[in-house]
Each structure stands twice: as structure tokens, then as C-alpha cells.
Ligand binder design. Structure first.
Ligand code: AMP
Length: 541
């Protein structure tokens, strides 16, 4: 017997309609590229998203066509999020931190038809536009008077003059919920990048899950500042979740330095902020140097790479801000796990609680995961056994765009390329990317553990642990370190710092001090490049 409930499809346009109807006067604030603070609200965003949809209709952009953005976090980007996907086109967020040649490759691969960009990225567009064969319309996300007259880009229009002349009236189409809504290319540290193609259904379910109390606990009382970019994995779904719960959104634009982010956190009474560890490092340094405090911030979501324990401690102990450590990836929309304690942990001493908070967290309903050995045999959840992490769920990809015939799945599970342990309470701990695992004498050493200890030293700004070939042990770890300005720590002192913190055989054999560690387009350390830079390095005898 079938249930007698209404069959309502799950569409991105539902979220913006909801936000407009029930939270129309809730603010959306943006620091603009021009430097000023722009104030909007959900009702205005919704009306302008409909204008975007009409503008795309006028240009006869077909359903399923890709509309690309090259933009910071801001209100116009948000309007495109809803206007493009809501009207049945696919929003393709491009990462401006990639090399222009890579961006061109991605635009051509995606066959983007429209490209909307912030003026800060005009130099990129000037470099690439002639090679982007499928792009018919170039839109500068600015007012008409800011449109450069001599850009060299044919038929360049300003966003405001294009969508501004359109009607606010638009009936969102009743799409199949499995229709593609947005696409995001992976960071592509090896080979060409691949695209995850999200659907309305997957995006909406992911947004629901992110808002849950044991995930980000989002509500209409929150003011949310996503430092995490809208150009990579949809700012962890926050624009959608915020619309779904009617939260205030605060966008930092291009100003991601500690001072600018702090000013916004305070002036817009931000309660939750989200970003990768490198951004929070700048913020914490700014707070420390000025003896500042947070007046409203209660929690930060930190993910994208392992959050150093010292950072979790600083937020928690010095500033009373709860860190929600999260793990995810492009192929998961992106959120897979998030770390919040269970009831039974509340009575534990602070130090024991901290050990749990360092982990990447528990599965969110919808995502299932397991760890397996080389033969695919499931490993025990004892917190000790390592294994390749496999996931499945309604917001995990089943294939990459234009590679539909070559499923990456193993018996229905997506292999993440991460190596992890799972403890008996179901808390996942990422120890490495599988290609970064260090095998010493047949035993695995977690590069993340080694890095976290170095990062806990007061003089260390950044640390990367990599394996070096060793005649007896196959591989031995070394740690490559960037010191803080004016810091004095030397090799022997840092190696001594490891004593008692991990097993003796896991302590790195050497410390190499460098000026900087190469970072990829999403702020993650590029260990492949680091290894190339250290070619010729010899372990100490
Ligand atoms: P991306 O697809 O660019 O978002 O990168 C996803 C990868 O980032 C994952 O497969 C992990 O290797 C890494 N990652 C994300 N979050 C974390 C985290 N909290 N701790 C450790 N690694 C992480």
C-alpha cells in the first residue's frame, strides 16, 4: 500500500521562495569588491534571482546549460546561485585561484555559455576569453558606471544593466528534482580536474543535513559568515542552508585578512563562521596582537584540511568559541562528518573532550562510511585500525561529469582517497590522503599527527610531514616547517618537542625549515610540489 502524502519535488527554488516568504526582512550583508558594505535581505535577493532567471531566458540559455561564475562571496553571487539553478540551468563555480590555463581548460570542458565575474578577476578574463570557445556572454558583476570601457572583452555587459532591466516576476519551473543544479571541479592536484555535478535533490538534502543540531545547528537566530568560498563546493552549502532556516548571511568579499574578517564578525553580530584553518590563523593572530575578544561568535566550522589542535584550543580556551571540526570533499557536496560530542562525553574532563574534538567527527544522517584494507575487507571501529575510507549517500557522486561510463564506485561505495580510523563511538579520524601515507618498517605513520604536534609549538606557523625513502625502513618521516616571524626554534629543539607526544619511531628523522609551503587553489598543502622542491634531499645518516 502506498502512503497518501503529497509528492513534492525538492528544488533549489523552494529554498529561496521560503526565505523570501518567511524571512524576507532578514539581512544579507556583503563587503563589496569596491570596499563598501552593501545591505540586502532575502526578499530582495529572491526578487533579483528572478531577474537573473529572466535575463537568462532573454539570452535563450537552454535548460541544463552551464552558467559560470568567477566571484567572491557576495550578494550578486548569491542571486546567481538561486537564479541560475532555480531556472533549470547549471551553476558552475570557477576557482579564481587556479592558473588561467586551468580555468580555460575547465570552462571548455564544462562548455560554459555565460561567465559572470567580479571585477577583481578582470585580468583573468582578459587572459582567457579568446580561448573560451563556448562562452557567448561575459558579465561583469558591477554597476554600469564601473564597467571598464577598454576591457577588450567583446559585448561585455554589467550585471546590473543586464539583469536590472528584467522583470521581478518569474514562475520557477517545476523541474525533476534530479535535474543537475550546480557543478564544481575537484582541486585536481594530479591529472586534469574532474567535475562533481550536483542535483537539486542532493543539494537540498545536504542543506537540510548541514542545518541539523548535531551538525552546524543553524537557525533563524544565526548570523552566518562563510569565509569558505562560494567558488569552491558552494561554500559548504551555507547559502542554501541559510535560506532554508532564514538565517542572516554576511559575506566577506575579497577581504579575508584577520582585521577585515574580525570587523565584520563584530559589526554584523556573527554567531557562526566557517572556513579552512589558514584563514583562522590570520584571524587569531589579529585577535592576539590587538588583545581583542569576540562579542557574538559562538562557533566556527573548520574543515577542508585537518584543524591543528592548537587552533581548536585557542578558540575554545582563550575565546570561548566552539570549534566544529568537519570533513568533506567536492564529491560529497561537500560535508561528510562533523565533530560534536555525545551526551556521554559531557562528563569527561576537558582534556578528554579535547581528544574527541580533534577528530573529524561522526557521520551525518544520510552519509554512511566504512574503512577497508587493501583487499577491501572492512576494518574494525576500534580507533586504531587504519583503512581506506569509503562513503555513500544521497549527496555523494556516482560518476564524474562526462565520465558517466566509468563509475569510480566500489560496490556502490565511493573511495575517498583518504585514510582514516573510526573509534567505537563512530568518530572518524583522518590520518592521511592515501598517497601521503608514510610506511616505516611496515607500520603506518600519520602525517597529520606529526604536523599537528609541530603546529602546537609556539614558533611554528605551518608544518608538512612527508615520507623520504630509507634503505632500511622503506620510508621515514621528515617535517617541513615555516617558522613564525622572528621565531628562533631550531631543528633539535623541535625534534625534542615530539618526545612523549608520539611513539619514538614516529618522531620525524629531520626538520627542514623553509620560507613557505606550496598551497593549492583551495588552500591545501601541495605535498607533490613540496616533494619536487625537496628533490635531492638526503635523510641524516
Ligand atoms: P576538496 O575536494 O578540495 O574539498 O578536498 C577534499 C579533501 O580535503 C579530503 O579528501 C581530505 O583529504 C581533505 N580534508 C577535508 N577536510 C578535512 C579535515 N577536516 N581533516 C583532514 N583532511 C580534510
Amino acid at each position: 500500500m502506498l502512503g497518501l502524502m503529497q509528492q513534492q519535488t525538492l528544488l533549489i527554488s523552494d529554498m529561496i521562495e521560503f526565505a523570501e516568504k518567511h524571512h524576507g526582512d532578514t539581512e544579507v550583508i556583503s563587503r563589496r569588491v569596491e570596499g563598501d558594505i552593501h545591505r540586502s535581505n532575502w526578499a530582495t535577493i529572491a526578487a533579483r534571482a528572478r531577474q537573473v532567471a529572466n535575463g537568462l531566458d532573454q539570452w535563450k540559455i537552454a535548460q541544463g546549460d552551464r552558467v559560470a561564475t568567477l566571484a567572491w562571496n557576495g550578494y550578486r553571487h548569491l542571486e546567481l546561485y538561486f537564479g541560475v539553478s532555480g531556472s533549470g540551468r547549471v551553476l558552475h563555480t570557477l576557482n579564481p585561484r587556479l592558473h588561467p590555463e586551468q580555468i580555460t581548460w575547465i570552462v571548455n570542458h564544462a562548455e560554459d555559455t555565460v561567465l559572470c565575474f567580479d571585477l577583481s578577476f578582470l585580468p583573468i578574463v582578459q587572459k582567457i576569453h579568446q580561448d573560451c570557445k563556448t562562452v557567448k556572454h561575459w558579465v561583469a558583476m558591477c554597476d554600469p558606471d564601473k564597467l571598464p570601457s577598454d576591457s577588450g572583452i567583446p559585448h561585455l555587459v554589467s550585471y546590473e544593466s543586464w539583469m536590472g532591466q528584467q522583470s521581478h516576476q518569474y514562475a520557477w519551473p517545476a523541474l525533476d528534482e534530479n535535474t543537475a543544479s550546480c557543478m564544481c571541479y575537484t582541486s585536481g592536484t594530479t591529472g586534469n580536474p574532474k567535475a562533481a555535478l550536483y542535483s537539486h535533490r542532493s543539494t537540498l538534502l545536504h542543506a537540510y543535513a548541514c542545518a541539523l543540531p548535531d551538525v552546524m545547528c543553524l537557525s533563524a537566530r544565526d548570523s552566518i559568515l562563510p569565509v569558505v568560498p562560494m567558488f569552491h563546493v558552494n561554500a559548504w552549502g551555507l547559502p542554501y542552508s541559510a535560506a532554508m532556516v532564514g538565517a542572516k548571511l554576511v559575506f566577506p568579499g575579497a577581504a579575508l585578512d584577520g582585521k577585515s574578517v574580525y570587523e565584520l564578525l563584530e559589526s554584523e553580530k556573527v554567531t557562526l563562521a566557517a572556513g579552512v584553518p589558514t584563514v583562522w590563523q590570520m584571524l587569531l593572530a589579529h585577535l592576539k596582537s590587538g588583545g581583542l575578544r569576540f562579542s557574538h561568535l559562538t562557533r566556527t566550522v573548520i574543515g577542508g584540511s585537518a584543524c591543528p589542535p592548537a587552533m581548536i584550543q585557542a578558540f575554545n580556551d582563550e575565546y570561548g568559541v566552539e570549534v566544529l571540526h568537519a570533513w568533506g570533499m567536492t564529491e560529497l557536496s561537500p560535508l561528510g562528518t562533523l565533530c560534536t560530542l555525545k551526551n556521554k562525553h559531557l562528563a569527561l574532563p576537558a582534556a578528554e573532550q579535547m581528544k574527541i574534538r580533534l577528530k573529524q567527527g561522526r557521520a551525518i544522517f544520510g552519509i554512511d562510511f566504512k574503512i577497508v584494507d587493501d583487499q577491501g575487507k572492512e576494518q574494525p571501529n576500534d580507533g586504531k585500525a587504519y583503512g581506506d575510507l569509503l562513503v555513500k549517500g544521497p549527496w555523494v557522486i556516482k560518476a564524474y561529469f562526462k565520465q558517466e561510463g566509468a563509475s569510480p564506485l566500489q560496490d556502490g561505495w565511493f573511495p575517498t582517497g583518504d585514510v582514516a580510523t573510526v573509534d567505537p563511538d563512530g568518530f572518524l579520524q583522518i590520518t592521511d590522503r592515501s598517497k601521503d601515507v608514510i610506511k616505516s618498517g611496515g607500520e603506518w605513520i600519520s602525517s597529520i599527527d606529526v604536523e599537528n604536534i609541530a603546529m602546537a609549538h609556539a614558533d611554528v606557523a605551518m608544518a608538512a610531514c612527508i615520507g623520504m625513502p630509507h634503505p632500511k625502513w622503506d620510508e621515514r618521516p621528515i617535517v617541513v616547517v615555516v617558522k613564525k616571524a622572528d621565531a628562533k626554534v631550531g631543528r633539535d629543539e623541535l625534534l625534542k618537542f615530539y618526545e612523549g607526544k608520539i611513539a619514538k619511531w614516529q618522531i620525524p628523522d629531520d626538520v627542514v625549515f623553509v620560507e613557505s609551503i606550496p598551497l593549492g587553489a583551495t588552500g591545501k598543502m601541495l605535498k607533490t610540489r613540496l616533494r619536487e622542491q625537496l628533490a635531492g634531499y638526503q635523510l641524516p645518516a
